[in-house]
Design a protein around this ligand. Structure first.
Ligand SMILES: Cc1cc2nc3c(=O)[nH]c(=O)nc-3n(C[C@H](O)[C@H](O)[C@H](O)COP(=O)(O)OP(=O)(O)OC[C@H]3O[C@@H](n4cnc5c(N)ncnc54)[C@H](O)[C@@H]3O)c2cc1C
Length: 281
């Protein structure tokens, strides 16, 4: 099947895109890396009258180093992060997240912003950037606002409104001596994860931040300023704790998040595996 006819416009600036979004009808679509949009067009799952290509807008491909964080434009690709073509204040964690986010042929086109805007809680970028406590910036004719990436994952649909453009993502630096662990379950090597978890033990303030998602469900983020001793012991141990042992550690938080027992067990097991496989960065 081929896409239905549409007009194509290559945008040149954020201001131009915002104007188009302000006046657009529901049949205008933004095109970043196209890894989700193009198959949807070809299958006629969406039949827009106008496709606005945002991939080459300079403001959306920035990569700026600041004192304690990095700002990446929404249209920076996964492969640019993986190949260290952009600054990384996370001691290589970002590159690891990028390298997991689909096959290399997809990663060469797929953008961080596109992944976030799809709002799939189990996406590698949503889970990874949530554990890193990253914040996205979105703009529209009404102004600019910050959205925690974890809130995008919690919403289960795109938290970016239809008249908003996601412009950039601000990623805090990670201190030397921090621990980072991830684990996911996929049906096959090239498939999207069914469950994904990431755990960060931050050496700067000894805090812990865990993000875990099960496909089709909202992201869970657990943050500990004063982490349980048992969780510290699991970190980097190489031996995943039993599901029951991990559930004992995180059960209160999962119960507070309203998770049923069966899902809570799955989440606890995933977190245990991510924590046990952590490496020091
Ligand atoms: C074969 C395959 C395997 C994959 N495997 C994985 C995987 O293992 N892990 C994983 O995490 N992901 C995986 N993905 C998902 C892939 O990474 C995403 O589809 C991709 O990142 C979407 O980004 P994009 O730049 O291609 O977005 P596009 O397809 O261009 O856009 C996606 C959506 O976001 C909107 N959008 C894009 N950018 C913006 C913006 N700046 N502001 C507002 N709206 C915007 C678009 O209008 C569209 O609705 C896989 C995809 C494929 C095709």
């Amino acid at each position: 099947m081929k896409a239905a006819p549409f007009c194509y416009h290559a945008a040149r600036s954020v201001g131009e895109i915002v104007s188009l979004l302000e006046t657009r009808d529901s049949s205008t679509v933004l095109l970043a890396g196209g890894q989700a949009v193009i198959p949807a067009l070809n299958r006629r799952l969406c039949t827009p009258s106008l496709v606005v290509d945002i991939a080459n807008v300079a403001e959306l491909t920035i990569a700026d180093r600041a004192q304690d964080h990095v700002v990446l434009g929404a249209c920076v690709t996964s492969s640019a992060v993986e190949d260290a073509s952009v600054p990384d204040g996370t001691r290589g964690i970002l590159a690891c997240v990028a390298a997991r986010s689909g096959p290399r042929t997809v990663r060469c086109h797929a953008t961080i912003g596109g992944s976030l805007c799809l709002g799939d809680s189990v996406s590698d970028w949503i889970v990874g950037l949530s554990a890193l406590d990253a914040v996205a910036e979105a703009t529209s004719a009404c102004g600019t606002r910050s959205i925690a990436v974890s809130d995008i994952g919690r919403s289960r649909t795109s938290a970016v409104a239809s008249d908003e453009l996601l412009v950039s993502i601000r990623i805090p630096d990670i201190a030397a001596g921090s621990w980072w662990g991830t684990w996911d379950l996929r049906r096959s090597a090239g498939a999207r994860p069914d469950i994904a978890a990431a755990v960060l033990a931050d050496a700067r303030d000894a805090s812990f931040r865990c993000a875990v998602a099960v496909a089709g469900r909202a992201l869970i983020v657990l943050a500990y300023r004063d982490p349980p001793e048992d969780l510290r012991k699991v970190m980097g141990s190489g031996a995943p704790p039993s599901t029951e042992a991990m559930l004992d550690i995180v059960n209160d938080e999962l119960a507070a998040a309203g998770e049923e027992r069966a899902t809570a067990r799955l989440i606890a097991a995933a977190l245990g595996r991510a924590a046990a496989s952590a490496i020091r960065v």
